[in-house]
Write a protein that binds this ligand. Structure first.
Ligand SMILES: Nc1nc2c(ncn2[C@@H]2O[C@H](COP(=O)(O)OP(=O)(O)OP(=O)(O)O)[C@@H](O)[C@H]2O)c(=O)[nH]1
Ligand SMILES: [Mg+2]
Length: 226
C-alpha cells in the first residue's frame, strides 16, 4: 500500500518536473538544485556564488525550508529575487511547488535559478524538480563515509561540493577514502572542495556553473549512470 502511494506521487512529480524543464527551456534559464544536510553550507554557498555572477547573470533563488524564512532573508540581503518555499514539515521539495516558485520569482527575467532544497541528503534526491543540474553539498564535518551510506544522492549529482575544507585540520576526514567512495558511485561528476569561510575553491565551482548555463560542459540528470 505504502509503495503504491509513493509510486503515484513520483509519477505526478515526474510530470510536473517535465513541465518545469519545458518552462526553463522556454525562458533560456538554468536551474541548480542544491541538496545537502542541515547546516552543510547550502545557503553560505549561495551567498558566495551570487555576488560572483551578479554582474553577468540575472539570478533568482527558491529557498526550500521546513519552517522559517531565515535563509530567504539572508538571500534577500544580497539584492536578488527570492521566494521561500515552506514545506510545513515535508522533508523535500516537489516539482509542482517549484513550478509555482518559478512564477513568483519572475523567471522570464532570469538566467540562473538557484534552488536550495530542504536540508536532507536522503529524500530530496528521489524527487526530480525539473532542474538542469543537481548539486550535492556535503561538508567535511559530516564525515567521509557518507557517499556509501546515502548512495542515491551521490549517484545522481551532476557536481559534488565538499564544503568547510578550512576545518579539515580539526577533523579526521579522509579525503582519499571519500573520493574513492564517491567515485565508486559516480565516475564523472566534477568534485569541488571549497570553503565558504575563506572563499578557497569557490571560483572553480562558479566557472562550472557558468559552463552548465552556456552548455559548454556535459552534465545532467542521472549523470552518474553514464
Ligand atoms: N568553518 C566553516 N563554516 C561554514 C562554512 N560554510 C558554512 N559554514 C557555517 O555552517 C553553518 C551552516 O551554514 P548554512 O549555510 O546555514 O547551512 P545550510 O546547509 O544552508 O543549512 P540548512 O538550510 O539549515 O539546511 C553556519 O554557521 C555557517 O557559517 C565553511 O566553509 N567553513
Ligand atoms: Mg540553508
Amino acid at each position: 500500500m505504502e509503495i503504491k502511494v509513493l509510486h503515484n506521487i513520483l509519477e505526478a512529480n515526474d510530470r510536473a518536473a517535465d513541465e518545469v524543464r519545458a518552462t526553463l527551456a522556454g525562458a533560456g534559464a538554468t536551474a541548480f538544485n542544491f541538496i545537502g544536510g542541515p547546516g552543510s553550507g547550502k545557503t553560505s554557498l549561495l551567498e558566495r556564488v551570487i555576488p560572483r555572477v551578479a554582474d553577468r547573470l540575472r539570478v533568482g533563488v527558491l529557498e526550500g525550508d521546513i519552517a522559517t524564512t531565515r535563509d530567504a532573508e539572508r538571500i534577500a540581503a544580497l539584492g536578488v529575487p527570492v521566494v521561500q518555499l515552506l514545506t510545513g514539515g515535508g522533508c523535500h521539495l516537489e516539482a509542482a511547488f517549484v513550478a509555482r516558485g518559478l512564477t513568483e520569482v519572475g523567471l522570464s527575467g532570469l538566467d540562473l535559478v538557484l534552488i536550495e532544497n530542504v536540508g536532507n541528503i536522503a529524500c530530496p534526491a528521489e524527487f526530480d524538480l525539473g532542474e538542469t543540474a543537481k548539486v550535492g553539498v556535503l561538508s567535511v564535518t559530516e564525515g567521509h563515509d557518507k557517499p556509501g551510506k546515502y548512495p542515491l544522492l551521490f549517484h545522481e549529482v551532476s557536481a559534488l561540493v565538499l564544503g568547510k575544507i578550512d576545518l579539515l585540520p580539526y577533523t579526521d576526514f579522509d579525503m582519499q577514502a571519500f573520493e574513492a567512495d564517491f567515485r565508486g558511485l559516480n565516475a564523472k561528476a566534477p568534485f569541488f572542495p571549497l570553503s565558504c569561510r575563506t572563499g578557497e575553491g569557490v571560483a572553480a565551482f562558479v566557472v562550472w556553473m557558468e559552463q552548465v548555463h552556456s552548455r559548454e560542459t556535459d552534465f545532467g540528470r542521472g549523470y552518474g549512470q553514464q
